[in-house]
Ligand binder design. Structure first.
Ligand code: EPZ
Length: 434
């Protein structure tokens, strides 16, 4: 396994380019199955989750070829309806295969996605959507069996206990575009990644209106053509670089950074004293106000609310902001695996139910820390950038799932970060408890 060694205290400067969005690319790969024709996806991030999804599509019978670092060709002429358990159980996003398989083949067999450290990942809303479209759904031996030979359009309500579901909405859309008749999806999630999915489906011949709203209307069509589609930039990666600039009090430009995808996050940054300006095209500039970083409050909500995928990284920034900050999780109430590791770096954080309360403004000190999931890994790296001394982040395979060339991009901004074999960790660190 590999680790990141970060020597803190460098002020970041310069320019970095946002890669394509992981959370757009994964459903887009799945959506190519809705046509029997070849599709090309461009601006795909170079991530282990993407390579994993490509492998699953191959197992389903697609020919999948990586044409260059960010371009993939998928030819799903002959596919089967059963996804391989060994691959699917390792990545929650593979649940996105449900909709396309039901839409194209009228049947699907998908292992139930496992839980993960950020919390329970149910799919009851996905199942409800398929049943509303005429499917018979059975759970046998941990596998969801869907038979939907009578697929037809219908009204679907996608709201759940924690608001809308992103991949649940994606599945409902992908099944409905080939369902005879009209489908309305009420309380649909409206994350930018879903708008990107709808844009690609329309380019394939789908009939979708209300894109980007909480009410989607679809007229089913007979079949869809192949397409060439460019993945939108990754808003979570973009915001992570905003936070990297802010936590080191640097001045950074982010190319392909879409301010229109960052709404509530920018409000929180402004409250904290982080100035983010757009140059009118797709470039952001970031710097901290002369008054420094100030405490703030944020509550995670479905889009356009503050993204849960930025909660851990923003907690790292709060450690450097004078005063008491409060971060409340309304999407995954137990998404606080980064907190114990930040405490090892001298952070002052207490957990009260679904909220973390951070007393910021005190220096962090480098330490050996353990990544637990994708966004917690990024939070620990951000903390390491600001900490005094060396921070060793272990299990960075979590990071490689969702951040494209993270250490190279940070090095390009002047960070002192290295990707090393685990054996390089100083023995003294390894004898520490925990
Ligand atoms: C997507 O996951 C993202 N993943 C997640 O990003 C992100 O955290 C999440 O949306 C919320 O924004 C991808 O897009 C691949 P949900 P998804 O279904 O769709 C509840 C990352 O770090 N729920 O929107 O699986 C669920 O418990 C990842 O990039 C139900 O109750 O999330 C949660 O509280 C992590 N029943 C809330 O909805 C369901 O059937 C949101 O979950 C489905 C979900």
């Amino acid at each position: 396994m590999e680790v990141f060694k970060i020597r803190g205290g460098k002020t970041l400067s310069g320019s970095v380019k946002a890669s394509g969005s992981k959370n757009a690319a994964l459903p887009l790969f799945a959506a190519t199955l809705l046509s029997s024709e070849e599709s090309i996806l461009e601006n795909v991030p170079d991530l282990s989750d993407v390579r994993f999804m490509a492998e699953i599509l191959r197992e389903l019978g697609s020919e999948v070829e990586k044409l260059d670092r960010t371009t993939w060709k998928i030819n799903p002429t002959n596919i089967v309806h059963a996804a391989p358990y060994e691959l699917v159980r390792k990545m929650r996003a593979s649940v996105c295969l449900l909709g396309p398989l039901v839409g194209r083949l009228r049947r699907a067999e998908i292992p139930m996605p496992g839980g993960c450290v950020i919390g329970n990942r149910p799919i009851d809303l996905h199942i409800r959507a398929m049943e509303r479209l005429g499917a018979k759904v059975e759970l046998k031996g941990g596998v969801v069996h869907i038979d939907d030979k009578d697929l037809r359009g219908n009204s679907i309500f996608m709201g759940g206990r924690h608001g809308s579901t992103v991949t649940g909405t994606a599945n409902a859309i992908m099944a409905a575009v080939l369902a005879p008749g009209k489908t309305t999806i009420d309380s649909a999630a409206c994350e930018p990644e879903l708008s990107d999915l709808c844009a690609m489906l329309v380019s394939m011949g789908a009939d979708i209106s209300g894109i980007g709203s909480h009410m989607i209307e679809i007229e089913g069509v007979e079949s869809l053509q192949g397409c060439r589609h460019r993945v939108i930039p990754d808003r979570i990666e973009t915001a992570t670089y905003v936070l990297a600039a802010a936590i080191t009090k640097g001045k950074v430009t982010i190319r392909d950074g879409r301010t229109d995808h960052l709404g509530a996050f920018l409000n929180v940054m402004s409250e904290c004293g982080v100035m983010v300006e757009s140059d009118g095209s797709e470039n952001l500039s970031v710097e901290v106000s002369e008054f420094g970083l100030k405490s703030f409050e944020a509550i995670t909500l479905p889009y356009p609310g503050f993204p849960t995928d930025l909660q851990a990284q923003t907690c790292a920034l709060a450690c450097q902001a004078d005063g008491l900050s409060i971060l409340t999780e309304r999407v995954y109430p137990s998404r606080f695996m980064h907190v114990p590791e930040l405490l090892r770096m001298g952070a002052e954080i207490s957990l009260e139910g679904a909220s973390s309360i951070i007393r910021g403004g005190r220096p962090l000190t480098g330490a050996p820390v353990m990544a637990s999931d994708l966004r917690a890994s990024a939070a620990l790296i951000l903390a390491g950038l600001a900490a005094e001394g060396d921070t060793w982040v272990q299990r960075i395979y979590h990071l490689d799932r969702g951040y494209d060339a993270f250490e190279k991009k940070l090095q390009g901004l002047g960070a002192d970060v290295e990707r090393l074999p685990e054996s390089e960790i100083p023995k003294a660190f390894l004898s520490q408890p925990g």
